[in-house]
Design a protein around this ligand. Structure first.
Ligand SMILES: [Zn+2]
Length: 389
């Protein structure tokens, strides 16, 4: 609630959202925190980030409402302004106008969703990074293109924005979104024929100024959905970036844009086939190594650069059946270490794992007849341990 003693700064953005330069008087200063008698800076409110710009020659880094007062935070050394000073301010207009485009676009989108499904916009966030709208119900994904098209038809229709203050009987009898049971007057932002919503933020004069609205994504969110949109220059920048990715990908694949996806699908299938072919060849190679181990050897230890754990276990099982001591497959190289599978039908291989851990670090464990682990050691050092066993 607004404190009765709070400074009621005149909100210039209520009367004219296009007033990007203004003059005002300083009411109070505390450090770099300045309160004015009037301002064109929109404070962070209703999910929208604050305007930035310059005030009295100093950058305005943030504008916040505290206890009902609008506070401007300046990048300014202390003691450079005092109460009673006349100051001039200027908004970062590119940022402010973009925010007006995003916010007005959000109203069109939310109004159309409300009319089609009865869902409420229960969360709005507008920052330099994203514009998100949270709805109380799930919009069917197949409907999104048509909603987007309807918003863009409303943009092309260049509808004049109507902003008025409602109070008393009129407030009670008027239908609009975000109708809260609040005392006092309500600032109603209308796009006649499309939407009417209580809102405190600056908006474009006519919907044509939004330029374009693009839906970027929709995800499930708290029992409803979160829709990301972009309007105006931000929509264009987004589409340009995506188009650039598509063009570069098509050039790289020497194909057309429409062929990128089927080509990627084919490539993915080919990679999967090659991987399984490679695994089969590696297994064949290991089998040949296994067969080359002399039949009378106590231990059978193989080293390979690459193999999957399943193949290694199969080979160890076969070797353990043929040799009385330890059967093992070490996968890797001296430089980056080895992962291993070790087995035996006579010995408790967990003891060998323990010696590896003691001598070389790493980890390892399993059952008496088969264990797995990893070591940071050379082939020679590993063989020396196994020969000693
Ligand atoms: Zn709004």
């Amino acid at each position: 609630m607004q404190d009765a003693s709070a400074v009621k700064t005149k909100k210039l953005y209520y009367e004219n959202a296009y007033e990007n330069r203004f003059t005002a008087n300083v009411v109070s200063v505390s450090g770099n925190d300045v309160v004015l008698d009037a301002t064109a800076f929109f404070p962070e409110e209703g999910g929208q980030e604050a305007d930035t710009g310059v005030l009295a020659g100093y950058p305005v880094t943030d504008v916040q409402i505290r206890d009902g007062e609008i506070h401007h935070f300046l990048d300014m050394p202390e003691g450079h302004l005092s109460a009673g000073d006349a100051v001039s301010g200027e908004l970062d207009w590119e940022r402010r106008f973009s925010n007006m485009q995003q916010h007005s676009g959000e109203h069109l989108f939310s109004g159309i969703v409300h009319r089609r499904y009865g869902f409420d916009n229960v969360g709005f966030h507008l920052s330099g990074r994203e514009v998100t709208l949270d709805f109380s119900g799930s919009i069917p994904p197949k409907d999104l293109p048509e909603i987007e098209a309807e918003v863009n038809r409303a943009i092309t229709a260049d509808i004049e924005t109507r902003i008025r203050f409602l109070d008393g009987e009129e407030k009670e009898s008027t239908e609009y979104r975000s109708k809260l049971d609040l005392s006092g007057e309500v600032r109603l932002v209308e796009f006649p024929g499309i939407d009417a919503c209580a809102c405190c933020a600056p908006h474009v004069r006519r919907t044509g100024e939004i330029g374009l609205l693009k839906v970027v994504s929709m995800i499930n969110w708290k029992g409803g959905v979160r829709v990301s949109i972009l309007c105006g220059g931000r929509a264009l920048a987004f589409l340009r970036e995506e188009h650039d990715i598509v063009t570069r990908s098509a050039n790289y694949l020497t194909t057309s844009a429409s062929e990128i996806f089927p080509q990627i699908q084919r490539m993915k299938e080919e990679i999967a086939a090659l991987k399984s072919e490679k695994a089969a060849l590696l297994k064949k190679l290991l089998m040949m190594q296994a067969e080359a181990v002399p039949a009378d050897a106590e231990n059978a230890v193989l080293f390979t650069e690459e193999a999957d754990a399943k193949t290694a276990r199969e080979i160890v099982n076969e070797l353990a059946a043929r040799h009385a001591g330890c059967a093992a497959v070490f996968i890797g190289n001296d430089g980056s270490g080895y992962s291993y599978v070790i087995g035996s039908r006579n010995k408790d291989v967990r003891e060998v794992c323990a010696i590896f851990r003691e001598n070389f670090g790493g980890k390892g464990g399993g059952k008496p007849e088969m264990a797995q682990g990893s070591v940071s050691a050379s082939k020679d050092a590993i063989l020396a341990v196994l020969d000693a066993e």
